[in-house]
Ligand binder design. Structure first.
Ligand code: HEM
Length: 119
């Protein structure tokens, strides 16, 4: 039951990272109106993925492919670092490059591919 809840949170977080990075890249619904809000969502979703992923890893320790999770963890940390740099720059009123969101989006799609395709 706990792992099911974590799983739902984790998959929702995946959608969050992908949608918010795409929103930043295309200056969409959230980022057009409020750049700061988009930046906070970006960093929060990315960190939530690491936290929910770690908890999920502990909850499903005996069932998971450890190599796959290790690789996902490293790439997930890179996504969180990119999102944090982006949001820190927005907070300092600097204009961060949207390419940070491009790299995060590409990585998030790769991570999702690894998650679903590698068993
Ligand atoms: C941007 C980062 C991430 C994305 C987009 C992502 C995406 C996903 C998706 C879509 C799933 C469901 C597919 C499946 O069950 O195979 C999943 C499962 C899982 N993820 Fe992540 N993930 C991310 C980061 C992480 C991190 C950092 C960890 C570990 C610290 C992690 C650990 C897990 C675990 C343990 C599962 C379920 C176990 C399994 O059956 O493979 N994830 N992830």
């Amino acid at each position: 039951m706990i792992s099911l809840i974590l799983y739902v949170i984790h998959v929702a977080g995946m959608a969050g990272v992908i949608l918010i990075s795409a929103d930043i890249i295309f200056n969409g619904l959230i980022s057009k109106k409020n750049k700061r809000k988009a930046a906070v969502f970006f960093a929060s979703f990315a960190h939530a993925q690491i936290l929910s992923g770690l908890l999920l890893y502990v909850a499903k320790f005996n069932e998971v492919n450890h190599m796959k999770i290790g690789i996902k963890m490293l790439l997930g940390i890179v996504v969180a670092v990119l999102a944090t740099i982006y949001s820190a720059k927005v907070k300092e009123n600097k204009n961060p490059s949207a390419s940070l969101a491009v790299y995060a989006l590409v990585l998030a799609i790769i991570i999702t591919g690894i998650a679903f395709l590698w068993h």
